[in-house]
Design a protein around this ligand. Structure first.
Ligand code: HSE
Length: 440
């Protein structure tokens, strides 16, 4: 049986998870693939660093270059994270024509175009299933399974930490800060959680999905990102009364047909918390789970659900990429499925100001006659219609929450209206605005 020699860089949580999963199922993979994957060497930071699964000492080295440059290593797995040394590692392997498997979404987000170009120049390939939504095979689905579809809509719950926090706020009525502190104590959330809760991790992942779905490389700087810090227990509670829940979504959707002067496709690519109907399947994705909902013009609606992070889910995705890379090597078809093809070069990300959605607004107002009329007049002048209002019973002259749901409006129009509303004497705090996603 043909054997493919693998070199891996990174022997921490994910690396040792991959090694362990290969130990467990390597023989099964060999019988399925008709070829055997064999680890030849593994570069680690330190021989004795703590790792959840043991790795044979004889395979370890602290010199990553010796792994990449070993002429017997045919495929390189990069699992170190970060964007500096990881970039050098991946480029070094690609320059030698070796296929690379990576789980590194930050690296792809920052340097994807450069790495894909290097892979093309050197006849190699780059496999990155583990970079988005862990064990969910969404990259393979976009690269291969949906190749005959235009992906008109894609919505992802792609950050487990945020989904865990929002789920507990919803299910237990907990406050954001309490849940975050407990998640940190239990090790679910990082000590420095801002990459997750401010939406940056979702930004990397959503950019990769958007690029694959629409055929032009989406620069992360063009993605509008809002995290979940501003969501309160009160908002979750009022959303519930209105039949919604709040989820942090990565959103990729075609904007309405462009005008003749602007013939190229424009795609909304955003990350923000959104009210979604309780009846939608994504509303029932709880805890650390991830899900991606994709709508193709041929296939219709599809849903992917699973663990988005953790050593085992990530290992599952890395093993799948190792299998593809090994088959491509064995059949001398390294470019059979290129990592990314720019087939819509004029495509652009829709400015967030032009994005259209309904809105949930929570205002802190003085309960007195005429206040609702003033607010409605501002919305009316901005051509924003109100679809429903909740005002819990208050006391005249005291401050009360006022909840408004609106019809569709552009982000620009809503921001203009909110600036005026915020200046009213009866409005006591900055208005809270959360977009609504009805998946139409
Ligand atoms: N920090 C990420 C999450 C996992 O919470 O989903 C790594 O992508």
């Amino acid at each position: 049986m043909r054997q493919i020699n693998v070199g891996m860089i990174g022997g921490g949580t994910v690396g040792s998870g991959v090694f362990h999963a290969w130990r467990r199922n390597g023989a099964l993979m060999a019988s399925r693939l008709g070829l055997r994957l064999r680890f030849r060497s593994i570069a680690v930071k330190a021989y004795d660093e703590p790792r959840p699964y043991a790795i044979d000492r004889s395979l370890l080295t602290t010199d990553w270059r010796s792994v990449v440059e070993d002429s017997k290593v045919e495929m390189v797995i990069e699992l170190v994270g970060g964007t500096t040394v990881a970039r050098s590692m991946v480029l070094a392997a690609l320059r030698l024509g070796k296929p690379v498997v990576t789980a590194n979404k930050a690296l792809l987000s920052a340097h994807g175009e450069e790495l894909f170009a290097a892979a093309g120049r050197h006849g190699a390939n780059l496999y990155y299933e583990a970079s988005v939504a862990g064990g969910i095979p969404i990259i393979k689905s976009l690269r291969e399974g949906f190749v005959g579809n235009r992906i008109t809509h894609l919505y992802g719950i792609v950050n487990g930490t945020c989904n865990y926090i929002l789920s507990r706020m919803k299910l237990e009525g907990a406050e954001f800060g309490e849940v975050l502190a407990e998640a940190q104590r239990l090790g679910y959330a990082e000590a420095e959680p801002s990459l997750d809760i401010d939406g940056c991790d979702s930004q990397h992942k959503t950019g990769i999905l958007a690029s694959l779905a629409h055929g032009f490389w989406v620069n992360p700087k063009h993605i509008h990102v809002e995290g979940i810090r501003a969501i309160t227990r009160l908002d979750m509670q009022y959303a519930g009364q209105l039949g919604y829940t709040i989820k942090l979504l990565g959103i990729v959707k075609q904007a309405p047909p462009p005008r003749a002067a602007r013939p190229a496709a424009r795609i909304q690519v955003s990350v923000y918390p959104a009210l979604i109907p309780n009846t939608h399947v994504l509303a029932n994705v709880h805890g650390v789970f991830n899900a991606v909902f994709a709508r193709g013009d041929v296939v219709g609606d599809t849903l992917f659900y699973g663990r988005g992070a953790g050593k085992d889910a990530t290992a599952s995705a890395v093993l799948s990429d190792m299998a593809d890379a090994a088959l491509d090597l064995a059949h001398q078809s390294q470019r059979r499925v290129p990592p990314f093809v720019c087939h819509a070069p004029g495509g652009a990300v829709l400015p967030i100001g032009e994005a259209v959605s309904p809105y949930y607004l929570r205002l802190d107002v003085i309960d007195r006659p005429g206040v609702l009329a003033q607010i409605a007049a501002i919305l009316g002048r901005t051509r924003i219609g109100i679809s429903s209002v909740i005002q819990p019973e208050g006391h005249e002259g005291r401050s009360v929450p006022l909840i408004l749901m609106t019809h569709d409006a552009t982000d620009d129009a809503m921001r203009r209206a909110l600036a005026r509303i915020g200046r009213l004497a009866a409005v006591k705090a900055s208005p809270v605005m959360v977009r609504v996603e009805n998946f139409n």
